[in-house]
Design a protein around this ligand. Structure first.
Ligand code: BGC
Length: 882
């Protein structure tokens, strides 16, 4: 059981280095509006037990730094190396600040300065905007009519070499900019989706290299997007308006020091281009014959273009983009091209994605090529549109202009698909002419998990693909049917998502929208942004809000705090959490929550939703049968979390209040729903899981409840029967109650419903429903790309891989892999805010070798058969008998 690390004990005088500088957990962010942003950094050295004893941060203005500083923290005796707030004089709009940091390690030895990092402030006040909102000529969007994408352009002259040029821009609708014929930035679907009435993000672009001395032209193309296009489950259009407009400010600073601003105003001219229509759900139509060559270059004749009109929208709710933008994050070559029994030509990407196709074609002018996107083939191998309903076409149309070779890719739409049915393609299809472009928020990968069972590795890959497909500006449920920010889904998936990718900026930014959308009475809508279509849909019988969905306002900040160690996210959401709890109190005078509206309950319990034929998935039954108990469990759970949060924020009275409330709710639950033999009045696996995990049962009945849970699983042929909100806790509850073998049986089960059932059916993403493809091979019309049921990923990292946290941010790590699981190896690694954590074990006969990597400035408790070891940073290796 010895620690055989190569670095063990050897003296080493190497200095500690500081690297990986982050601001608001982002690398060199351009255009932020946090007035007191926070700094994080990581320590490195070739020795163990590195700890920080002090730090010093210096901030200055680009060009004057490091000679002059605007803020020097001085040497601060502290071991804090993440989320250290800026404490200097007020930060100025537009200024690029540089910063660097040095540390003193546990020996008191001073490091060298880190490399410089930077961030740049955006426009901090409405007074910084001189641009006016402008509208191009356009057809008003409506149910009946799809409108062409307007173009806007303007020329200007620059007389001196450019030192710095920035564009600040946003739109009501989507926009893409071009400067002198080149695309500006690599963002897609800007300004992205948010609760537009309250918060509209603007983007900042560094265009220094695109502006030239002499004549320049600036162009913008607008698309309907979430503003005017069809969105959500109901496929409604015009959720935020029926007209598109643009706000843009180009600011140029020359080497001679002069400043020139090109604001959007009536000097912009407008027309239409090749996009006949664009819609996030229907798709996009491009007629290349309509392209106006050179429209975003100087010298283009726009004399027959109309004049753009200023419109009086203000700047009040403008917000700097708060997370990594949506980009094209990967490109996939088709796996194969097949001809279906019906004679269709189908491109198979081999992977279900969120994105769109880029392709080349050549043929006579007017040739019409149609691409239809779907996630599955039917039992015979024909193309099948698995998403039916209003405006769910997912169809892109391209009309050739007749050039020798033409390249196409839609601009203002994306789809959820693996298969593309293509019609009208001239000539022979060459797979090399087609690429699947994966679209998503460009979140940094932060974890990896691998083990000796390739099916589990495929499951992990499917989880990551569903995450990538559904982190598109907001956390969505699915990329084809709804593209909507359902709170229950992200609530269930958040811990897993945080292992796989850096979610801090993305989720904490989206939570602002949740706060904006909270109703006056405290209700948190089940979907955010809460568009008109959803308001109508969720009015009756749902009443807008549901337990397990609304509770995301408490659970998500808690998950983020635990993962990243930042208290601010708790502070930011605290009042909203309290209001949510007060709302529940108003509906639960006797502490059991019998909601006024229908809740989703343990959504999609397989035995209650498994049906037959086309209408296989019955969505509502689990809601009817479980809502009341689920609601009361989540009420108690949120009350307990809020008590802990209040304590952390120093609000002792609140903490006491919510702790007492939690106790009363649990007592009321036990009285109303628990029988003396430990049976619950809603006798479903998921309800036992929630009751056990959320501590709803009197101690004397816990074992009995565990027995009932296991009996239900056994009675179901060792298969799970849990819905959306209980499944995250299922395997943990079994392991925490000494039923590990049952947990592994469920994990390795291959009959439906189970995780590996989908894997063995060839899934490349996580399905919305366990039985999306029925055991007899028939496919149902549900989504094949919903991350919620992928929440088991968190358990894989923690239990099988063995990485868990004892303190927020993994300041104190727990390494406790389940080496008795029957696997021959597992390896988990996670890039925490302090650095890389790795836990890798392998079994050789009865011998286990466990290799561990612990980042500087943290420590870990390693659980071994003969007890626990506390280790500091560095690599450690342990050998022991099983
Ligand atoms: C979505 C879910 C969502 C649910 C609400 C569905 O249409 O796709 O994932 O959470 O509605 O219960």
């Amino acid at each position: 059981m010895d620690d055989h690390s190569p670095a063990a004990g050897g003296p080493d005088d190497g200095r500690t280095a500081v690297a990986d500088l982050r601001l608001e957990n982002r690398v060199n962010p351009l255009g932020i509006d946090r007035l007191r942003p926070r700094f994080s950094w990581k320590l490195h050295a070739d020795r163990r037990n590195i700890r920080q004893s002090a730090y010093r941060i210096v901030v200055g203005i680009e060009g004057l730094f490091p000679e002059t500083a605007v803020w020097d923290s001085g040497k601060i005796e502290s071991d804090q190396s993440v989320f250290v707030p800026y404490e200097g004089p007020p930060l100025q709009s537009r200024v690029r600040y540089c910063w660097r940091v040095k540390v003193w390690d546990e020996r008191g030895i001073e490091s060298l300065w880190s490399e410089c990092a930077w961030w740049e402030m955006g426009l901090l006040s409405p007074a910084d905007w001189t641009a006016q909102w402008i509208e191009p000529e356009q057809v008003n969007a409506s149910e009946e009519q799809l409108q062409p994408a307007p173009l806007l352009r303007r020329e200007f002259t620059v007389r001196e070499t450019v030192k710095k040029a920035r564009i600040y821009a946003t739109a009501r609708g989507l926009y893409q900019l071009e400067l002198n014929g080149s695309k500006v930035g690599d963002q897609e679907l800007a300004p992205e989706f948010s609760s537009y009435e309250n918060c509209l993000q603007y983007q900042t672009y560094d265009v220094t290299k695109l502006v030239r001395v002499g004549a320049n032209a600036l162009g913008a193309m607008l698309g309907d997007g979430w503003h005017a296009g069809r969105i959500g489950l109901t496929g409604d259009c015009c959720s935020y308006g029926d007209r598109l407009s643009l706000l843009l400010q180009l600011e140029i600073e020359t080497v001679g020091g002069s400043v020139m601003t090109i604001p959007s105003d009536e000097q912009f001219r407008c027309s239409f281009g090749e996009i006949v229509y664009s819609d996030l759900f229907i798709g996009e139509m491009t007629d290349a014959r309509l392209r106006q060559d050179g429209w975003s270059e100087p010298g283009f004749d726009d004399s027959n273009w109309a004049q753009a009109a200023p419109v009086p929208f203000g700047y009040d709710h403008l917000t700097a983009q708060y997370a990594e933008p949506v980009r094209a994050v990967a490109a996939i070559r088709p796996l194969r091209i097949v001809e279906s029994p019906k004679g269709e030509t189908i491109i198979d990407l081999g992977q279900n994605i969120a994105g769109r196709m880029r392709f080349r074609a050549s043929g006579p002018a007017g040739t019409r090529i149609v691409l239809e996107h779907g996630e599955i083939l039917d039992e015979q191998g024909n193309f099948r549109n698995n998403i039916i309903g209003k405006n769910k076409d997912q169809k892109d149309i391209f009309i050739l202009r007749g050039d020798a070779s033409e390249e196409f890719e839609p601009r203002f739409t994306y789809h959820g698909f693996r298969y593309v049915k293509i019609t009208g393609y001239p000539g022979v299809l060459d797979p090399n002419d087609f690429t699947g472009i994966v679209i998503g928020s460009d979140l940094r990968p932060s974890g990896s998990f691998e083990c000796s069972d390739s099916r589990i590795n495929r499951l992990q890959a499917n989880i990551v693909w569903s995450q990538r497909s559904n982190m598109v500006s907001i956390p969505t449920d699915c990329p084809q049917r709804e593209k909507a920010g359902w709170l229950g889904d992200i609530q269930a998936f958040a811990p897993t998502s945080c292992f796989n990718m850096e979610m801090y900026a993305f989720l904490s930014g989206w939570l602002r929208n949740v706060r904006f959308e909270q109703l006056k009475d405290g209700r948190i809508p089940s979907v955010v942004p809460f568009t008109e279509g959803f308001k109508r849909f969720l009015k009756q019988p749902y009443g807008y809000s549901s337990a397990g969905w609304g509770d995301a306002i408490v659970i998500l900040p808690w998950v983020l705090y635990r993962q990243y160690g930042d208290l601010q996210v708790l502070r930011d959401n605290y009042e909203a959490m309290k209001k949510w709890l007060e709302f529940i109190r108003s509906e639960a005078p006797e502490e059991v929550w019998e909601p006024a509206g229908l809740h989703f309950g343990d959504w999609l319990i397989p035995s209650l939703s498994m049906g037959d034929g086309e209408k296989a998935i019955d969505m509502r039954k689990s809601a009817y049968l479980t809502a009341e108990l689920v609601s009361t469990c989540f009420y108690a759970h949120s009350a307990r979390l809020l008590a802990d949060i209040a304590e952390l924020l120093g609000k002792a009275d609140d903490a006491l209040h919510y702790r007492r409330l939690n106790r009363r709710i649990r007592q009321a639950f036990a009285k109303r729903y628990v029988r003396e033999d430990g049976l619950l009045t809603a006798h479903f696996q998921g309800i036992y899981v929630l009751a056990l995990h959320m501590d709803m049962l009197p101690d004397r009945l816990r074992d009995k409840a565990v027995d009932h849970l296991v009996a239900l699983i056994r009675g179901n042929g060792w298969k799970l029967d849990t819905g959306f909100v209980s499944v995250p806790y299922l395997l943990d509850v079994l392991c925490d109650n000494d039923r590990q073998p049952v947990a592994y049986r469920l994990l390795l089960q291959t009959e439906c419903p189970s995780w590996l059932y989908a894997v063995e059916k060839g899934a490349t993403t996580i399905w919305e429903a366990w039985q999306a493809i029925l055991p007899d091979g028939r496919a149902t019309n549900v989504s094949y790309n919903h991350y919620a049921l992928g929440c088991v990923g968190d358990w894989l990292y923690r239990r099988l891989g063995g990485i868990d946290k004892l303190e927020p941010g993994y300041r104190h790590i727990l390494i406790d892999p389940d080496t008795k699981s029957g696997f021959s190896f597992a390896k988990a690694s996670y890039e925490s805010v302090y650095g890389t954590i790795c836990s890798a074990w392998e079994r050789n006969g009865d011998m286990i070798r466990l290799s561990v990597e612990i980042p500087a400035n943290t420590r870990a408790t390693v659980v071994l058969p003969d007890g626990q070891r506390i280790v500091g940073s560095g690599r450690h290796e342990f050998h022991y008998n099983l």
